[in-house]
Ligand binder design. Structure first.
Ligand code: 5GP
Length: 196
């Protein structure tokens, strides 16, 4: 039997986590991505079931009540949460399951799954981050300011993570992410063998 690996990836919004994660997934087909549920409205180009499951606030609250989520948070006025069923099913299949979630959710996951691996993707510096969020052009100025404040707060949690990857280029960071995943999956399999 093969061990699965639960991996939490965090980093300030706009740091490029999504791009790094999808590049890594293209190179390692054993990596699956857990699509979160959110009450946020889709941005242009975002697809339901691919980027998020876009649900109403009412449906989200029902998911909380029915314990359909492993963790959830309210972030900048919207709900975000990780659907439980998919994570459990994929871990049983021996997959590397990536959760791309913010710092509070990451700490909740660590409590429930102490063997999970946590990785923080950081910008080279905060000015660079503001440039990236502004260039994305999808958020109005007040939302950009709120996200920048939140980003600074999130950076304070960097030391709680097992690994930090500085996103200088997508190639470098996705390769570094893949290296970490290989090392950690091997270690998880070793632990599993030893315990049998
Ligand atoms: P965005 O609105 O930019 O897509 O996401 C805002 C923040 O919510 C990001 O930091 C993203 O990683 C985080 N996020 C996305 N899905 C989840 C989730 O299921 N749980 C938690 N805790 N955070 C999430």
């Amino acid at each position: 039997m093969k061990s699965g690996l639960l991996v939490v990836v965090s980093g300030p919004a706009g740091v490029g986590k999504g791009t790094v994660v999808s590049r890594a997934r293209k190179k390692n087909k054993n990596i699956v991505y857990s699509v979160s549920a959110t009450s946020r409205k889709p941005r242009p180009g975002e697809k339901d079931g691919t980027n998020y499951y876009f649900v109403s606030r009412e449906r989200f609250k029902e998911m909380i009540r029915k314990q359909e989520l492993v963790e959830w948070v309210e972030y900048c006025g919207n709900f975000y949460g990780t659907p439980r069923a998919y994570v459990e099913e994929q871990l049983k299949k021996g997959r590397i399951v990536l959760l791309e979630i913010e710092v509070k959710g990451a700490s909740n996951i660590k409590k429930q799954y102490p063997e999970c691996v946590s990785i923080f993707i950081a910008p080279p510096d905060l000015d660079e981050l503001k440039k990236r969020i502004t260039n994305r052009g999808t958020e109005p100025p007040d939302v950009i300011e709120e996200r920048m404040r939140r980003a600074e707060k999130e950076m304070e949690h960097i030391s709680e993570y097992d690994y930090v990857v500085i996103n200088d280029t997508v190639d470098n960071s996705s390769n570094r992410l893949l290296e970490i995943l290989e090392i950690e999956l091997e270690a998880a399999n070793k632990r599993m063998c030893e315990s049998q």
